[in-house]
Each structure stands twice: as C-alpha cells, then as structure tokens.
Design a protein around this ligand. Structure first.
Ligand SMILES: Cc1cc2nc3c(=O)[nH]c(=O)nc-3n(C[C@H](O)[C@H](O)[C@H](O)COP(=O)(O)OP(=O)(O)OC[C@H]3O[C@@H](n4cnc5c(N)ncnc54)[C@H](O)[C@@H]3O)c2cc1C
Length: 361
C-alpha cells in the first residue's frame, strides 16, 4: 500500500497500525484492546493492531508491545481492498437500473460495515418481496430513518471510498432519535406485515398515549414558589415569584422530570404507573419542542420544494453567495430539481438557500 502497488482506497475508519503511524505520527501513545476470541480458546484478537506488513515484521512488532513479549501468533493480519458497483446505478429501492428484479445490498454497493450491510439487506429483501407480489415498494425518507439517508446518499451521490453511516450525514438529526425509532419505524414494519411488528405496535400505541398524557399534565399543572424554589436554587436556576405552569419550568435547561418528581409528590404519584422510557420521551418532546417543530417545518418545506424545476442551462457561475465547490458541482451535475441539487455531495443547505432566493422563493 505504501509503495503504491495497491491503489484501492481502504476503509478510512478502520486504519491499520502502519496507516496510523503514518497519519498520526505526532502521537506518542496508542491504545490496544486485548479481546479473547471465545470462551474455550487461548486465541486473542488484538484490536487496534491490524496490519498488512510482512508476517515476520508483524510478529516482531507484536512482541515489542509491553505485555505481549511472549505472545505466539496464530495468523497474521491482512489488508482488504474494496471493489463495488457504483451505487448510482441503483434505484432507491436498491433494484438495479440495468436488470429488472435484481437487487443489490451491502458492500457490493460501496459501503463498509455490518449495520450498513444489514440495513440494505433488509430493504433490498423487502423490496424484492414486494416486487414479487406486485406491490408498491418501500423507500424510507431521509427525515424518517438513517437507512433512508444511507440509501439516498449512495444512489444520488455515489461514493468514492467505502461509505460508512455517520449521524453527521443526516440533516434531520433532531427527528432521527434513538428514543423515537420505534415510533418512526414500527408502524411501517407493521403495515408491511413484518414478523414481530404486531406485539411491538401495541407498545407504540401505549407510548404515544403516555407521552400525550404526560404532556397534558405538564401543560395543566402549576406550581407555587414555595413548593419549587428550593429545588430551583439547588440546580442554579432563577427562582419564580408566582404560580407557574410546570411545562414552562421544564423548558429550563437545568430542570428535569426526575428532579421535579422528587419535590412534587403529586407529580411523582401521576408518573408512577408510566414506563420510565415513556416519561423520558415526554420530557424530550417538551424540552426540545421548538427545535423539533423547526426541523419538521424544514422537512415539509424541502418536500414542497423538492420538485421545483431548475433550468438545465442555468448559469451557476453568476450566482453570488454559492460556494465555489457548489458552483462547480452544480455546473457539472446539472440537477433538474432543487431536491436533486440539495443531494449533490458538496452542495450544502446554505447553497440551497442561495438558489431558492435566486429563484424568488
Ligand atoms: C478484517 C475485517 C474487519 C472488519 N471489522 C468490522 C467491524 O468491526 N465493524 C463493522 O461494522 N464492519 C467491519 N468490517 C466490514 C464488514 O465485515 C463488511 O462491510 C460486511 O460484512 C459486508 O457485508 P456484506 O453482506 O455486504 O458482504 P459479505 O459479508 O462479504 O458477504 C458476501 C457473501 O457473498 C458470498 N459470495 C461471493 N461471491 C459469491 C458467489 N459467486 N456465489 C455465492 N456467494 C458468493 C461470500 O462468500 C460472502 O458470504 C470488517 C471487515 C473486515 C474484512
């Protein structure tokens, strides 16, 4: 790899030890994890020491690690090279454009990672089954699931190096939360008749109900200064001078539901029957309501603008305010709609806003 015989781009996020020495030569320490391979074996995987150096060099290097002076080596490490079919040749259902009824999933599409492969396998499998039954396909939106972001990125932007899913690739991170994954996705699984979704759907209903009830309680209940000020003082939050709605108190960053429940017996009694997870979700919804609404508005605004047409011979070089990268990419790709433009790698939301202003929106 270092003398140029291998040209492939490796997975950026799983660098070998020689890669780390090359890229992070300023560091004077490196952490290794010593992971037993199983209960009934003496084999150990040295996590953080992957290498494609010659076998004798690997062995010598291994025995230089403090604590591993007497280690024996079962197998040397190896490097991997990625090859793939450009995913821009796929539809968002993961069906190939060239061959009808052929679906691609996983590393073949340019991704790396277990979860990346698994989620595509799920979607490709679902869509293959739906196609076989002549039913409408299922495509998750970017605002609906990380799976939606991953597939949309691959199909619309393609990838130059092994693609890994990161939260930072999603623009709607306030909507794509762990605590609401069940509310976002279980109804879809249920609608498609996926195994196990039946029982989980009941919990989704219970959670929705609970969150609405807890929200209503906070909007209706008020507290007096003498009940609350001790707690507010203890968490360094401004004291109240008059009866105040609990909802408004909870908006304060220092205040949380468990803290309030400790000093308000009525609240503690009300919350007692609820699952802790439901209470947490209600708290998140109340606290971040403003941000959540803002993001939901952005989603519907983008949905409305998705099909706004862009002229194919549009002169991007003349638009002030577009980044140079965006100008080049737009001129090269020539998107037909704002939606397509917004998904070009290198065109960020600020550039899309500039385009919208230019289009009088
Ligand atoms: C050393 C190493 C460490 C890794 N560590 C991690 C990690 O810690 N975390 C992580 O998330 N990811 C890790 N990855 C990446 C991850 O393993 C892969 O990205 C993922 O397994 C790809 O899944 P896949 O189903 O797309 O492909 P694969 O798992 O490669 O499955 C493809 C299958 O197709 C079969 N096949 C190929 N050709 C044919 C044929 N002609 N007919 C029939 N079958 C065929 C193969 O035998 C194979 O079983 C690692 C990869 C390597 C090599």
């Amino acid at each position: 790899m270092f003398n140029g015989r291998i040209q492939g781009v490796g997975p950026r996020y799983c660098p070998s030890i020689e890669d780390k020495i090359d890229r992070f030569s300023d560091k004077d320490r490196h952490q290794l994890f010593v992971e037993p391979e199983g209960r009934d074996t003496v084999e150990i995987y040295i996590n953080g020491f992957s290498s494609s150096l010659p076998e004798d060099v690997q062995y010598k290097a291994l025995r230089l690690v403090p604590g591993l002076e007497n280690a024996k080596m079962f197998r040397p490490g190896y490097a991997i090279e990625y090859d793939y079919f450009p995913p821009t040749q796929l539809q968002t259902t993961l069906e190939t454009n060239l061959i009808k009824n052929l679906f691609f999933a996983g590393q073949i599409n340019g991704t790396t990672g277990y979860e990346e492969a698994a989620c595509q396998g799920l979607m490709a499998g679902l869509n293959a089954a739906l196609a076989a039954k002549n039913e409408a396909p299922i495509v998750l939106k970017r605002s609906e699931a990380y799976i939606g972001v991953l597939i949309d990125d691959l199909v619309n932007k393609g990838t130059e190096e092994p693609y890994r899913m990161f939260t930072s690739r999603a623009e709607y991170r306030i909507l794509l939360r762990q605590d609401n994954a069940d509310l976002r996705l279980t109804p879809i699984a249920h609608r498609l008749g996926l195994q196990g979704a039946e029982g989980r759907m009941e919990r989704v209903h219970a959670k929705n109900r609970a969150v609405a009830e807890i929200d209503a309680f906070f909007r209706n209940a008020s507290v007096n200064p003498d009940e609350l000020n001790g707690y507010l003082q203890s968490v360094d939050s401004a004291l109240i001078g008059q009866k105040t709605k609990l909802h408004n108190i909870l908006l304060r960053p220092q205040v949380d539901i468990p803290g309030l429940a400790k000093i308000l017996p009525e609240l503690a009694r009300f919350l007692a029957p609820y699952d802790l997870e439901f209470v947490e979700m209600a708290e998140i919804n109340i606290k971040y309501d403003g941000y959540i609404k803002k993001e939901e508005e952005m989603v519907s605004r983008m949905a409305r603008l998705e099909d706004l047409q862009l002229n194919a011979d549009f002169d991007y070089s003349g638009i002030n305010g577009l980044s140079i990268e965006a100008r080049q990419k737009l001129a090269h790709t020539r998107p037909r709609t704002i939606g397509q433009a917004s998904r070009i790698s290198g065109v960020n939301p600020a550039d899309v806003s500039v385009l919208l202003v230019h289009l009088g929106r």
